[in-house]
Write a protein that binds this ligand. Structure first.
Ligand SMILES: [Zn+2]
Length: 60
């Protein structure tokens, strides 16, 4: 899931507490490619995007 804390985009793993934080003021569109390079994956289930950290991979 995607969260926003203090002006930062925070990508949270839906399987554990792992997070990936963007820089302050950085938009999701530029945070996500960086997260993907770090091994994060996403999957759309129904209307919801699930996110998986590098340890969990694509959310089930
Ligand atoms: Zn995880």
């Amino acid at each position: 899931m995607i969260d926003r804390q203090f002006g930062r985009v925070v990508i949270c793993c839906d399987s554990c507490d792992e997070t990936f934080e963007g820089e302050r003021g950085e938009e999701f569109d530029s945070v996500w490619p960086a997260a993907k390079r770090a091994g994060w994956r996403t999957r759309k289930i129904a209307d919801e995007w699930l996110h998986g950290c590098p340890f969990h991979g694509v959310p089930k």
